[in-house]
Structure formats: structure tokens, C-alpha cells
Design a protein around this ligand. Structure first.
Ligand code: UTP
Length: 288
């Protein structure tokens, strides 16, 4: 089976980024000049994904507007000869077939994924979290799809995290398989360092087989009173082989303030049009 569909959950409250997220979806907060969600959709499109379902909620309308055509703006740009901007806007609205469904209550990531059941049907699908960006030479999801093509099983995108960060993530109990690939032998959501089976953390990218939906339907609220994807994945890993893959690239959690700042600085430094000037500015600022 091939992975052709992706689901991007983007219905969370974004409380870690208040007050910005009171009226602006955190997935639309820009890194330099591009909304976080656009980087993620570009990653999915560059990985061969044809259809993307975004799980949205109330006060998330800006997301739909951003990926829609904008006739008025396009006409204005055309009239004023701003062809570069026009081409960029047209590119954004044709990145992939984008579909939407609303999660009526933010009951957790597992619940958000369950909202994708009808869209996904009986195929393996990718999940990219709406506030996690990965800067990589080869798109992170493309790397994971290669691993899926070999193993035909659920694949979780992981990296080793610092001991002080273990309690922020789903942590995997691993068994070595080959370089950068491990069999999943268990999983704990946001454990303390003492409880953690390793420091291998799931970082916002998944390929999941459709059997997850039945398990999600039967998953009771777990940590934080939310329906946890980790709990359902844990059960799935007992029923069928599941692997995790140590992907190549740097991942930023844009949903927290420090992660957002790191992404902003590093993406700006990497930009052809801004990088050199920005680097000079930073050096002056730091008195180097
Ligand atoms: P997070 O836990 O990072 O998002 O979920 P959050 O709940 O918005 O964050 P805080 O803690 O309040 O700041 C990861 C992704 O899952 C989505 C979020 O939008 C985010 O992209 N999500 C989370 C949903 O779609 N629905 C939910 O019920 C929870």
C-alpha cells in the first residue's frame, strides 16, 4: 500500500502561545513570512501526498482562507504588476487537495485523529502535527514514507531528546532493528525521567495503519483528561508490528515560545534574501 493521504490536526487551543492564539490559530503564526502550517503542507506535498485533511475548530477560519484562492487580491496584484507575489499566492492555493473537518471540542490529539476516519478510509495515512516543523534536506515525511514502503507497518518519526525534555513527549520503549530504525515495544505519554523507557521521543510525524480508528473509538481519556493518540498507538503496537524511525533534520516545536523563536532565527538565517543581513544584525546585537 502507498501513503497518499495526510491528516494535520490543528484544532488545539494553543494555550502555550497566548495571548497571540486568542484569535489567531497558532498554526498560522508565521515563521519569518510564512505560516507554520504552510511549511507543513509543503513538506507533505513534496513527499508525494495528494490529499490533506486539516482538523480545524472554531476561530481557525484563517487557515481555510490562506489555502483558498484569493480573487480580489490576485486581481489587484495582477493590475499593479506584482507578478512575483501573484505567482506565490497561486502556488499556495494549488499545493494539494486540501479538505477540512471541524473537531467540535478539543478533546485531545487522539480525538482529533478520529475525526479523520471517513476521510482516511482503509488506507495507511500520514499525520503531521500542525505546530511541528522540520527543516531537512529531504522532507521528513518523504524519509518516513521510504521506511513505510519497506516495512508496510506504522512508522513513528522520532529523535532522542535531552533528559529534561523527556516529560514533554510520547517516549518509546525500543528494540534495535537496523540503523535509525527500531521496533516499538511500548510507549508512555509524557513520563517522568524515572518512568521513561528511553529518551526516544515521538516528534510530530507519524504514518499509521487504519486499524488505529477502531482503537481510538475505544480509548478512554488518559493523561490530562484527553483522548491520547499515544494510548491507541500503544495498543496498536501490541496487535501489529510498529516501527520508529530516527529522521534526519531539525525539528522545532513552534507551539512553545522558545521553539518559535529558535525556528524564526534559524529559518531567517537560512533565507537567501535575508540571511546575510540578519546575521550581521545579530552579530552587532551580540557585540561580536
Ligand atoms: P498540542 O498539545 O501541541 O496543541 O497538540 P494544543 O493543545 O493546542 O497546545 P497547548 O498545550 O494548548 O499550547 C499538537 C497538535 O494537535 C492539535 C493541535 O492543534 C496541535 O497542532 N490538537 C490538539 C487538536 O487538533 N485537537 C486537540 O484536541 C488537541
Amino acid at each position: 500500500m502507498k501513503v497518499k493521504k495526510a491528516v494535520i490536526p490543528a484544532a488545539g487551543f494553543g494555550t502555550r502561545f497566548l495571548p497571540a492564539t486568542k484569535a489567531v490559530p497558532k498554526e498560522m503564526v508565521p515563521i519569518v513570512d510564512t505560516p507554520t502550517l504552510q511549511y507543513i503542507i509543503e513538506e507533505a506535498a513534496a513527499s508525494g501526498i495528494e490529499d490533506i485533511l486539516i482538523i480545524t475548530g472554531r476561530s481557525k477560519r484563517a487557515i481555510e482562507d490562506h489555502f483558498d484562492k484569493s480573487y480580489e487580491l490576485e486581481t489587484e496584484l495582477e493590475k499593479s504588476g506584482k507578478t512575483e507575489y501573484l505567482a506565490e499566492l497561486q502556488r499556495i492555493s494549488s499545493l494539494a487537495n486540501i479538505h477540512y473537518v471541524r473537531q467540535k471540542q478539543a478533546l485531545g490529539l487522539g480525538h482529533a485523529i478520529l475525526c479523520a476516519k471517513t476521510f482516511v478510509g482503509n488506507e495507511p495515512f500520514a499525520v503531521l502535527l500542525g505546530d511541528d516543523v522540520v527543516r531537512a534536506e529531504k522532507p521528513c515525511l518523504a524519509q518516513m514514507i521510504e521506511v513505510f514502503d519497506k516495512y508496510q507497518s506504522s512508522i513513528l518519526g522520532v529523535q532522542e531528546v535531552a533528559p529534561e525534555d523527556v516529560s514533554k513527549y510520547g517516549i518509546i520503549k525500543t528494540e534495535d532493528v537496523e540503523k535509525d530504525i527500531y521496533r516499538v515495544r511500548g510507549m508512555v505519554e509524557k513520563p517522568s525521567l524515572a518512568e521513561a523507557p528511553s529518551r526516544i521521543a515521538v516528534l510530530g510525524r507519524y504514518i499509521i495503519t487504519p486499524e488505529i480508528f477502531e482503537l481510538l473509538e475505544n480509548t478512554k481519556p488518559g493523561k490530562g483528561g484527553e483522548i491520547q493518540l499515544t494510548d491507541a498507538l500503544c495498543t496498536l503496537a501490541e496487535k501489529q508490528p510498529m516501527y520508529c524511525y530516527n529522521f534526519d533534520g531539525k525539528r522545532y516545536d513552534v507551539g512553545n515560545k522558545l521553539g518559535f523563536l529558535q525556528a524564526t532565527v534559524e529559518y531567517a538565517l537560512a533565507r537567501k534574501d535575508l540571511g546575510a543581513q540578519f546575521r550581521t544584525y545579530l552579530k552587532e546585537l551580540l557585540g561580536e
